[in-house]
Design a protein around this ligand. Sequence first.
Ligand code: GRF
Length: 192
Amino acid sequence: MEKYPGKKKIAIFISGRGSNLKSLIKSSKRKNSLFKIILVISNNLDAPGLKYATKSKIKKFGIRYKSRSYFESQSIKILKRYKIDLLCLAGFMKILSGSFIKKFSKPILNIHPSLLPKYKGLNTHLRAIKNKDKFAGASVHKVNQRLDSGKIILQKKIKILKKDNIKSLKRKVLVIEHEIYPKAIVKFLTNL
Ligand code: GRF
């Protein structure tokens, strides 16, 4: 018997604060949610975000990042054991190898704090301000072997105001991240 009939089983990888994890947990608790968060894995054993898993009685695993292959082989075992359908990266600050993506064989999504394809990688807000961009935003995309380059599932943009600095922009973009990640998952799952 399926334990969660009709719901896709999601695992989340985090590295730190976990505010996106928190928003995904909130959305997964809605009555008609299409997904259930089964477990959280962090490469950082002290990640503050792990507390949200504890609070919501979601299984959590801290896997020391001794090496990429160590972290990935331990994670794959867990993902397979729990028959995970979709992996969501939420503030996960490591790059997954092509071999992990292949072995896992299920889709992987990521949230990135820029309007991709602009500003792949780090320091997105700094670059947007330096370039005097009019807009910033966030993107949810599929993960492939190239950094922040997979198919875009959902994006939202906001205006960069004259008075904005890195801190204020980060804060505004984070609000958007929390809004679009659950929506992007639903969009993705309903288009599978
Ligand atoms: C987010 O801005 C995410 O897009 C980026 O790192 C930050 C993580 O925030 N990759 P949190 O851990 O979800 O609070």
